[in-house]
Ligand binder design. Sequence first.
Ligand SMILES: *Cc1c(COP(=O)(O)O)cnc(C)c1O
Length: 382
Amino acid sequence: MHSPTPTHRCYARVDLAALERNLGRIRSALPDDIRYISVVKADAYGHGLRPMATRLMQSGADAFAVANVNEAAELRELGHGWRILILGPALPEEYPLIFQYKVTPTISSIEEAIALDRLAEQKKQTLEIHLKIDTGMGRSGVWFEQAEALFETLIKCGNLRIHGIFTHFSSADSDAEYTRLQRIRFLDTLARFKNFDISTLWIHADNSAGLESFNEHSPFNAVRIGLLQFGLPPCEGSLLESLKTEPVLSFETRICLLKQLPKGTSISYGRTRELTRDSRIAIVSAGYGDGIPRSLSNCGEVIIRGRRCPILGKITMDQTIVDTTNLDEVAVGDTVVLLGKQGNEVITADEFAERSGSIPYEVFCSITKRVPRIYQTDRPAS
Ligand SMILES: *Cc1c(COP(=O)(O)O)cnc(C)c1O
């Protein structure tokens, strides 16, 4: 186990055992025959692709999904045989890499199908693909009303083999009715694919928010899970609502300077805050250059010695100013929790996101590369 050292002024602890437990909990809440496609795009949502994917491989993931062929290439180095689905459209220049790294592209158009089929023919290979259907997200995928034509084309492409068909929900966490409409569009579209047995394919729609597709009659047999495995609580109303997941990442920094300042002193750039009392302020060793959003200026909180302390003034690139006047004791070197738990206090990714006007996805992706990720297998002793 690696512990933070004094050189770690700002770091993210990533608990691999918690990741494994989360995956186990999610899996055991889903029917046994559902394939688990672990979504590890954007460096596993900022947690670090390699350690996360390695642990997920050991913990029961069936396949992986990433955003693009670069991410797929990095993941491929960890092991052969794992299916890696690229969720987004590939650029034509990237097509050869799809073959080189043996990854599964997502196809949304007839042009992509024809170009990849031609390339597969040149290489004398059969390429497995997933067909994506746009049922109302307006992003990648073939519009559902045009899906039959693309499907017919794919059937005729002798060097392509359909391995899966999927769609993506735009509002799984906020609009059950629209999600139902998307689901119906998807199922109706599948029903129009005649003379082809789709029961052997991977059929998937649900992400972390929408896990509710499964009953005996539904053709869905796979899920694509990202955020939930990193410990965010499931959405209300989802099939897994009662599932308990644990946060995998905590974001911490240290106090590097303490000082007493008189009432009336203005704090940080732009003088947006004036002390209303004599104060003991702490300078903490992280700022927006590490991923503390500037929108937390004057409104964020941190945890020091198990108590919440407010952020004063504008967050700067490398330093943030915190009011510690209410603490009985405080010292240079103290750990400052930006995101995570200390004593009885906890700042969740949901709270952090809400205060900064963002979403947990962006919070994790915004922790910058200056911040070392420290991987631990077990929880620290304290
Ligand atoms: C990111 C993504 C997912 C994973 O979503 P979560 O909400 O993190 O579970 C699934 N499918 C697609 C197409 C995605 O882009």
